[in-house]
Design a protein around this ligand. Structure first.
Ligand SMILES: NC(=O)c1ccc[n+]([C@@H]2O[C@H](COP(=O)([O-])OP(=O)(O)OC[C@H]3O[C@@H](n4cnc5c(N)ncnc54)[C@H](OP(=O)(O)O)[C@@H]3O)[C@@H](O)[C@H]2O)c1
Length: 301
C-alpha cells in the first residue's frame, strides 16, 4: 500500500511515521508546491519511550503518479484549499480519507471528487509536533474509518495496517454518527476551555455550563437520530474531560499561539444545522462569538 499524507502536522506526521515503521510505503504531499524532490527526516517518540527515525519522501501536487491512498490531515479549514489543486487531476483510483475534527467538508469532497473512493476517519490519538523533524505520540487513542460514498465501502483493507501501526483502528458503518459524537464533545470542551484559557480539567468546576450546553443541543441531536438523554451526553463529555484533565484543548492552544481555530466547523457547523431545523442555540452562539472575538484580537493586532 502506498500512503500519501496531505498535511504533515501533528496527526499527519504521527500517522506517516507509524505507517512507515511497520513497513508501509509513505510519502508527504504538499499541494502548495508543484513538485518536491527532497525527503524529510523525522523522529517519532513512541508511547513506550522508544523512538524511530526515518526519511519521508516528499511530493508536490503535480507528482500525481506518486499519490497513493490520500490521507488528509490538515486542519479542517485547510482541507478545501489543500485539495483544490488536485481537482480534476487526482487519479480516480485514489481513495481520499478526511481525518479532521469538526464537520462541513464532506459535501465539497463528494461534489469535486465524485468518482474517487471517499472515506472519513475519526481519531482520538494524541500527537504533538515539537518541530519540523520531531513528532511525539502523546496519547493512545481509537481510530475509526468509514465510507462517505459507495466506492469508499470497498476500502476496508485500509484498517489492518492502521491498526498495526497505531495500536487500534476499526471500520465503522456509522462514521457520521462517530463524527457527530466527537463534534458534540469538541463543541463543548474546545470553546469553553478556550474561553477560560485553562486545561480541560477546569470544566469539572463548571459542570452546570456543560449541562446547559448539552441541554440546548438535545433537540438537534434528537432530530439527528440520537436517542441519548441529556444526562448521557453530559456523561460522555465529562468522561473525556476527566480523561484529559491535564491537557489543553486544541482551540485553547490555537488561541494561545495566535492561530486560526476550527470554531467555524465545530460550533459554527452546529449553528448551521440548528438553523436548518428552525432551532436556536443561544449559549452555543454566545460561545462561538466569544471565540471569534478572541481569534480576531490576534489576527487584527
Ligand atoms: N493534534 C492532535 O493530537 C489531534 C488529535 C485528534 C484530532 N486532531 C485533528 O486533526 C486535524 C489536524 O490536526 P493537527 O494537530 O495535526 O494540525 P497541524 O499540526 O496544524 O497540522 C496540519 C498540517 O497541515 C499542513 N498543511 C496545510 N495546508 C497544506 C497543504 N496545502 N499541503 C500540505 N500541507 C498542508 C499545515 O502546514 P502549515 O502549518 O504550514 O499550515 C500543518 O503542518 C485537526 O482537525 C485536529 O483538530 C488533532
Amino acid at each position: 500500500m502506498q500512503w500519501t499524507i496531505l498535511g504533515a502536522g501533528a496527526v499527519g506526521s504521527l500517522f506517516a511515521t507509524h505507517l512507515l515503521r511497520i513497513g508501509q510505503k509513505v510519502n508527504l504531499l504538499d499541494t502548495r508546491q508543484a513538485h518536491r524532490q527532497q525527503s524529510c527526516p523525522m523522529t517519532l517518540a513512541l508511547l513506550d519511550s522508544s523512538s524511530f527515525t526515518c526519511e519521508l519522501p516528499c511530493i508536490g501536487y503535480q507528482d500525481l503518479s506518486q499519490i497513493g491512498c490520500l490521507l488528509v490531515t490538515t486542519k479542517v479549514w485547510q482541507v478545501i484549499p489543500a485539495l483544490q489543486p488536485l481537482v480534476g487531476g487526482l487519479p480516480e483510483s485514489c481513495p481520499v480519507i478526511l481525518l479532521h475534527n469538526g464537520m462541513g467538508t464532506t459535501e465539497w469532497l463528494v461534489e469535486h471528487f465524485p468518482h474517487n473512493p471517499l472515506l472519513a476517519g475519526v481519531t482520538s490519538c494524541g500527537a504533538l509536533k515539537k518541530d519540523s523533524n520531531h513528532i511525539s505520540h502523546t496519547g493512545f487513542g481509537e481510530t475509526w474509518l468509514g465510507a462517505l460514498n459507495p466506492a469508499g465501502e470497498q476500502w476496508q483493507a485500509l484498517v489492518p495496517p492502521l491498526a498495526e501501526a497505531l495500536g487500534h483502528a476499526g471500520w465503522s458503518e456509522q462514521i457520521s454518527e462517530r463524527q457527530w459524537r466527537k463534534l458534540v464533545v469538541n463543541a463543548i470542551i474546545n470553546p469553553l476551555t478556550a474561553a477560560y484559557n485553562q486545561p480541560n480539567g477546569v470544566l469539572l468546576q463548571h459542570q452546570h455550563e456543560v449541562e446547559a450546553l448539552c441541554q440546548e443541543l438535545h433537540p438537534l441531536l434528537l432530530q439527528q437520530g440520537f436517542n441519548e438523554s441529556v444526562a448521557e451526553w453530559c456523561d460522555l463529555v465529562l468522561q473525556v474531560v476527566e480523561r484529559t484533565a491535564q491537557n489543553y484543548s486544541s482551540m485553547q492552544q490555537d488561541l494561545a499561539y495566535q492561530r486560526k481555530t476550527e470554531i467555524d466547523y465545530i460550533t459554527g457547523y452546529l449553528l448551521q444545522q440548528a438553523e436548518k431545523q428552525g432551532l436556536e442555540l443561544p449559549r452555543h452562539r454566545a460561545l462561538y462569538l466569544k471565540v471569534k472575538v478572541l481569534e480576531s484580537q490576534h489576527t487584527t493586532s
